[in-house]
Design a protein around this ligand. Structure first.
Ligand code: FAD
Ligand code: NAD
Length: 479
């Protein structure tokens, strides 16, 4: 094994493995250090996203939705199925197979691109040296021209509900309950709480979500968040806002959770409890004392807009650094850094990174919320159109939710697009493309959209920002 590389990447998640492949494509002699051991006790690439995050959670979201549809949502279509049986073991195995295929695929891509996968733990030392501790064998010191730190994030712990991965679990434990909990508690009504709460709710759990803050999804446009909350509540998610957990006690196979809310001190007993109160950058063991890399006030690795740390030749990307903890943001930072190393002119457009919550309906957004634009004091206009006015949505029986645009009143530029409704994760990409091209709402108004399609609601929402929507009655606001 060589101990000299053009680039060494520490971490093989979506940020790290993509950076590695792009570096190798650009002709750099590249090694990626990844220490993860998967459920089958094998070394695995793909990081949180492929192993215990995006992919397994979406596999369960899709499977549980099919079960829910078969059980109850198809009757409206005139399809009556009696006695759908849940085979949880098969559902979980299917998820594991998808994960194994995808992570194995990354290993193949490494081989094809001649990226060296070093299985073990990496630590940055001074002078762009990396100490590598293989999964078995002796520690080695490696040297690189460039180092990319891509060690990702881990769940935040709270002392009032210590995770034991049996009764009180984090997002990883919540992907593998061996039976459907009768009563499931979730701490945190964020992305993970809502997605995994939905999975188990669809499979039959009675789900109670305890959220400390008073607002539902405070980072999401208020009109969209309000609509989503209404739909989730109708589905049976019991979302308690302003609920602060003060303690918990595991008693046999259950957990008693104490919390305070508007009504005072409360107590609930659950069969399982998911703690989903955020993630934090994973820097433990990553940096030696003399590495020289600074952290910011929230313990993220400090980087500039092109992910340079304050040590020349050392970069950090993904969940380790500022910005949303999202796989696609990590991926684009990985590509950007590889190209920066080669001296290419490149940049991630942080103003057009979409966010998606893969519930049903999905919630998706890009750019600024109406509240953010209002706070900026700039003149703006909005247009929101419900899916209830869309023929394709009616045909599919998916009429909940809406598409909303926020645009600059003077320049007509699109500042944000927000969706709650069917296929929001796909529709939002239209807003991303429009914003990347600096489109105005008029640009969208003048485009032809296929009929009948959910995308027509995107068109109508663009029209609605100028009171030109055809399929909804609009009243012009008084100036
Ligand atoms: P990670 O994916 O965390 O990868 C870092 C890797 O580095 C890990 O495998 C770790 O083992 C390794 N590592 C750490 N330290 C060392 C070391 N010293 N030496 C060697 N290896 C090391 N995001 C989305 O965009 N869409 C989604 O749908 C989505 N769903 C999610 C669902 C869940 C349940 C969770 C938990 C997260 C989800 N995310 C989603 C977030 C997404 O997983 C992360 O944003 C993404 O994985 C971050 O990528 P990364 O490369 O920065 O880090
Ligand atoms: P989150 O930040 O989305 O939500 C955490 C929630 O927990 C917040 O609403 C917060 O107010 C609440 N909270 C914090 N402390 C609490 C406490 N003591 N009691 C009750 N509530 C408390 O975090 P998450 O859901 O853990 O997800 C972590 C990150 O993973 C997300 O920010 C996201 O970037 C990523 N992720 C993305 C996706 C996706 O893109 N679809 C899916 C899952 C995770």
């Amino acid at each position: 094994m060589s101990d000299n590389y053009d680039v060494i990447i520490i971490g093989g998640g979506p940020g790290g493995y993509v950076a590695a492949i792009r570096c190798a494509q650009l002709g750099l002699n590249t090694a990626c250090i990844e220490k993860r051991i998967n459920k089958q006790d094998e070394p695995a690439l793909g990081g949180t996203c492929l192993n215990v995050g995006c992919i397994p959670s979406k596999a369960l979201l899709d499977s549980s939705w099919k079960y829910h549809e078969t059980e109850s949502a198809l009757a409206d279509h005139g399809i009556k199925i009696k006695g759908a049986d849940l085979d949880l073991e098969t559902m979980l195995k299917r998820k594991d197979t998808i994960v194994k295929n995808l992570t194995g695929g990354i290993a193949q891509l490494f081989k094809a691109n001649k990226v060296t996968w070093l299985q073990g733990t990496g630590q940055l030392k001074s002078g762009k040296q990396v100490e590598f501790q293989p999964l078995d064998g002796d520690t080695q010191t490696l040297q690189a021209e460039h180092v990319i730190l891509a060690a990702g994030s881990v769940p935040v712990d709270i002392p009032v509900a210590s995770v034991d991965q049996k009764v009180i679990v984090d997002s990883t434990g919540a992907l593998d309950f061996d039976k459907v909990p009768k009563r499931l508690g979730v701490i945190g009504a964020g992305v993970i709480g809502l997605e995994l709460g939905s999975v188990w709710g669809r499979l039959g759990s009675e789900v109670v979500v305890l959220e400390a803050v008073d607002d539902f999804l405070p980072a999401v446009d208020k009109q969209i968040a309000k609509d989503a909350q209404k739909q989730f509540t109708k589905q049976g998610l019991d979302i308690r806002l302003g609920a602060r957990v003060t303690g918990s006690e595991v008693k046999k196979d259950q957990v008693v959770v104490n919390f305070t809310d508007k009504g005072g001190e409360q107590e609930e007993t659950f069969d399982r409890l998911i703690v989903a109160v955020g993630r934090r950058p994973y820097t433990e063991g990553l940096l030696s004392q003399d590495a020289g890399v600074s952290l910011d006030e929230r313990n993220y690795i400090y980087v500039d807009s092109q992910c340079r740390t304050d040590v020349p030749g050392v970069y950090a990307i993904g969940d380790l650094v500022r910005g949303p903890a999202l796989a696609h943001k990590a991926i684009e930072e990985g590509v950007m850094v590889a190209e920066v190393i080669m001296g290419e002119s490149t940049q991630v457009n942080y103003d057009a990174v979409p966010g998606v919550i893969y519930t049903h309906p999905e919630v998706a957004w890009v750019g600024k919320t109406e509240e953010e634009v209002k706070d900026s004091g700039d003149a703006y206009k909005t247009g929101a159109v419900p899916f209830a006015a869309n023929g394709r949505a009616m045909a599919a029986g998916e009429t909940g939710g809406m598409v909303k645009f926020v645009a600059d009143e003077k320049t007509d530029r699109i500042l944000g697009m927000h969706v709650v409704g069917p296929q929001a994760s796909e529709l939002i990409q239209q807003g991303v493309i429009a914003m990347e091209f600096g489109a105005t709402v008029e640009d969208l108004q003048l485009m032809v959209f296929g009929h009948p399609s959910l995308s027509e609601t995107v068109h109508e929402a663009a029209l609605a920002t100028d009171f030109k929507a055809i399929h909804v009655a609009q009243r012009r606001r008084k100036k």
